[in-house]
Design a protein around this ligand. Structure first.
Ligand code: SF4
Length: 292
């Protein structure tokens, strides 16, 4: 999502564009050379080993995708099709740009002093960051060796893609719990909920920290029972959950659906009222969670 368009419509955060733009220093895929001369088979092998990753874009931001100043890398490819997706241009891996592992690690190295000074680090987002586990986990391993904080932004849907060993190098997970029961989850995303629950529990068992994200869409995810079920799922992660972000739906992503000529299911959807946001916040708080 190069340039300002990308930064105004990051999918998981659903933040106000001006806020996001003011926190962002760079965008696109500047600074990376693509591998050349790789045929299709070579690329598949390199993708599997993590020698290359397909990247949509990256940037440096502050207090958006984890603590401190962060390098956020948006990976290409996503198996879900969320009705409220802000970045449908990340859905297909082949639409991303192949980037060498070494180039990505060098980029982390270049900013490591900044990360340490601001208690920031590297975040992998997407698309779905767990779709390219070898690349992401090898960059995380290198980051940990440099003493850099690591954060995985994910739906957890590809839980089984991640080995326990790969989990070791994650400091924090921004975990989207998109709904609280299978039926609603499927309606919202086209996928299944259980892998997210399983991934959250694995993170908790491994002693990792979780920031839960829940996107509040009136008429889609706002039912009291749905919110209650999300809260119960979060409870099952125990002390791992540091807070829950309740993100109000907005329409900043609509132009991309139009540009890509994909029928947009939330064409006329409104964001939540202040009263609805208050009700949902209080529901989570009644379970003892800190809510932002
Ligand atoms: S999980 Fe995939 S489809 Fe859903 S919001 Fe994120 S990028 Fe879009």
């Amino acid at each position: 999502m190069p340039g300002t368009q990308f930064r105004t419509t990051t999918r998981h955060m659903l933040r106000e564009s001006k806020t996001y733009a003011s926190q962002t220093l760079m965008g696109g895929l500047s600074g990376f050379e693509s591998p050349i001369g790789l045929d299709r088979r070579d690329r598949i092998v390199a993708l599997k080993s993590g020698d290359i990753g397909f990247v949509h874009s990256w940037d440096i931001n502050t207090s958006v995708d984890g603590p401190g100043t962060r390098m956020t890398v948006f990976m290409s490819g996503c198996p879900l099709r969320c009705q409220y997706c802000q970045n449908p241009d990340t859905w297909k891996m082949r639409d991303g740009k192949p980037v060498y592992l070494d180039a990505m690690i060098s980029k982390v190295d270049r900013y490591k002093e900044l990360f340490k000074a601001t208690h920031g680090g590297i975040t992998f987002s997407g698309g779905e960051s767990m779709m390219q586990p070898a690349f992401v986990s090898r960059v995380f391993r290198a980051a940990k060796e440099m003493g850099v904080h690591t954060c995985l932004d994910t739906s957890g849907f590809l839980n089984t893609n991640y080995t326990d060993e790969m989990l070791d190098d994650i400091d924090l997970c921004l975990l989207d719990v998109k709904s609280g029961d299978e039926e609603t989850y499927h309606k919202v995303t086209g996928g299944t909920l259980q892998p997210t629950i399983d991934f959250g529990r694995r993170l908790a068992r491994a002693g990792k920290k979780i920031w839960v994200r829940f996107v509040l869409v009136p008429g889609l995810t706002d039912a009291e029972e749905n919110v209650e079920n999300v809260a119960r799922i979060c409870e099952s992660f125990g002390d791992a959950v540091e807070h829950i972000d309740v993100l109000g739906f907005h329409q900043l992503g609509r132009p991309k659906w139009h540009e890509m000529r994909i029928p947009y299911p939330l064409e006329h959807q409104k964001g939540p009222s202040a009263a609805l946001k208050k009700r949902v916040t209080e529901q989570f708080e009644s379970h003892g969670f800190v809510v932002y």
